[in-house]
Design a protein around this ligand. Structure first.
Ligand SMILES: [Ca+2]
Length: 465
């Protein structure tokens, strides 16, 4: 008996002393359209389960409302350029003068003894390579970041084909580019099935190794085209969806745009959700099905983590790279600076954490992930990163957050606990929205509040330095 007690004590000491692993699950274009985040018509049982054992951040804002630039800040802990090529620009600078480019987050963990692996869409290009089909081994998006950067493409042939992949290995072409699909088939009907399978293989291998690991798995859905195996449509078949909040195109100057990605790059068969309520409903149901399909993979990955036993010593992060307007403000897409574009789900699970399952309303941003993960793993926090550790909110969900700064094109924005201000840098035009009133982001109150505008502008200038 005594021997057993000593052995179990020794096991506990060794597990407490072992550096914690990191499992980062990135989901593309996932607005907080989750049951755990208040969208109770959505079937997301696995992400909800993670929210129940972790800390869901209900006011997490990305630093840019687009895949490439948002992932830049997540992976480097620094503000970057607003374009999708932000990481490739960094890679060019790295090639010219490596000393001038601080290490990325995976590179930093690698330097600190971690095995780092990415599977799927973690940086902008799934698999992290450039070239015409995104598979050129000489063009690495995040040099020295990952020990392995993997993208299983199956019938889609190359990462570019998989990124906008249609069912059964079809790729998006000029003649074949449906926005919506509903086809019967297994989970591998779309590339995410392959990504999840490879991610789980890597997880099993890493969990059996002595070294700590940082594994990032990036799922592509619910990014356009909105297609998931038909079984994922079933929960939404006869469901009445709640009305679209503030569906009108905003009056006056805003960051509204004409939803070029949705209407310029995808075929809607002559239908338009902006003037056809039944079609708008169909689009929303397809998006919901893609969320449920992504959720299924999250469940499989978490189950693999538990079976490996590594869950007791692995931090899990679930992160959406930005939001998506499903008709709010008359937009069907991302790329604006409204709440719907910038707010995305963030859940942090730390083994043994206090007060699990309690949401926090603290305003935080994607930039905070790098210092948070250093803090939680006791890896040194580098001095070249900008965010703040979320450990205080992980310990106590009532802890206050901080201002979130985001940018797109030549426009920049601040989100405080109560307001959003957007500055059009070209000519200084300002949008100011009060989130404490029911109007929220539908009425620009800048003209009536010059003092607040001046105060927020000075904060914005300070943050840009
Ligand atoms: Ca995205």
């Amino acid at each position: 008996m005594k021997l057993l007690m000593i052995l179990s004590l020794l096991a506990a000491i060794s597990s407490a002393a072992a550096p914690k692993n990191i499992l980062l699950i990135c989901i593309d274009d996932l607005r907080p359209e989750l049951n755990a985040f208040g969208a109770d018509y959505i079937q997301s049982p696995n992400i909800d389960q993670l929210a129940q054992v972790g800390r869901p951040f209900h006011r997490h804002y990305v630093n840019a409302p687009s895949c490439g630039s948002s992932r830049f800040t997540m992976l480097t802990g620094r503000y970057g350029s607003p374009g999708n090529d932000a990481l490739f620009k960094r890679a060019h600078q790295y090639a010219d003068d490596p000393a001038s480019v601080p290490p990325s987050m995976p590179e930093w963990f690698r330097k600190n003894g971690y095995t780092t692996v990415s599977v799927g869409k973690v940086s902008h290009h799934p698999g992290g390579l450039g070239g015409s089909d995104w598979n050129d081994e000489s063009k690495i998006e995040l040099p020295n970041g990952w020990d392995r950067y993997l993208m299983p493409c199956g019938e889609w042939q190359h990462p570019r084909g998989a990124m906008h992949g249609l069912s059964n290995g079809q790729t998006r072409t000029r003649k074949n580019y449906p926005a919506l699909e509903s086809v019967e088939g297994p989970d591998t009907l779309y590339p995410d099935g392959l990504i999840a399978d490879e991610g789980m293989r890597q997880l099993e291998e890493l969990a059996s190794s002595e070294k700590p690991f940082f594994l990032a798995i990036g799922l592509i859905k619910p990014h356009l085209p909105f297609g998931a195996p038909a079984q994922y449509m079933k929960p939404y078949k006869d469901l009445s969806l709640p009305p679209i909040p503030h569906p009108e195109k905003p009056q006056g100057r805003t960051t509204w745009h004409s939803s070029g990605e949705m209407f310029g790059r995808y075929d809607h068969g002559g239908l338009d959700p902006r003037n056809d309520a039944a079609y708008a409903d169909r689009v929303r149901r397809h998006y919901a099905a893609c969320v449920t399909y992504a959720d299924k993979h999250v469940g499989d990955i978490m189950s693999t983590l538990r079976k490996s036993g590594a869950d007791k010593n692995t931090i899990v992060i679930l992160w959406g790279d930005h939001g998506w307007h499903l008709g709010e403000h008359g937009i069907w897409g991302k790329h604006a600076l409204f709440e719907e574009s910038l707010r995305s789900p963030l859940i942090v699970y730390v083994p043994g954490m206090e007060k699990p399952g309690i949401k926090t309303e603290a305003v935080v941003s994607t930039l905070d992930l790098f210092p948070t993960l250093c803090d939680l793993t006791k890896v040194p926090v580098p001095d070249f990163i900008t965010g703040e550790s979320l450990s205080p909110m992980i310990k106590n969900p009532d802890t206050a957050g901080h201002i979130a700064y985001s940018y797109w094109g030549d426009k920049i924005t601040l989100r405080t606990d109560t307001h959003r201000m957007i500055l059009h840098r070209k000519d200084g035009f300002v949008e100011l929205y009060d989130h404490t009133t029911p109007d929220k982001e539908t009425v620009n109150i800048a003209a009536e509040h010059p003092d607040l505008v001046a105060e927020l502008k000075s904060q914005l200038e300070a943050m840009r330095k």
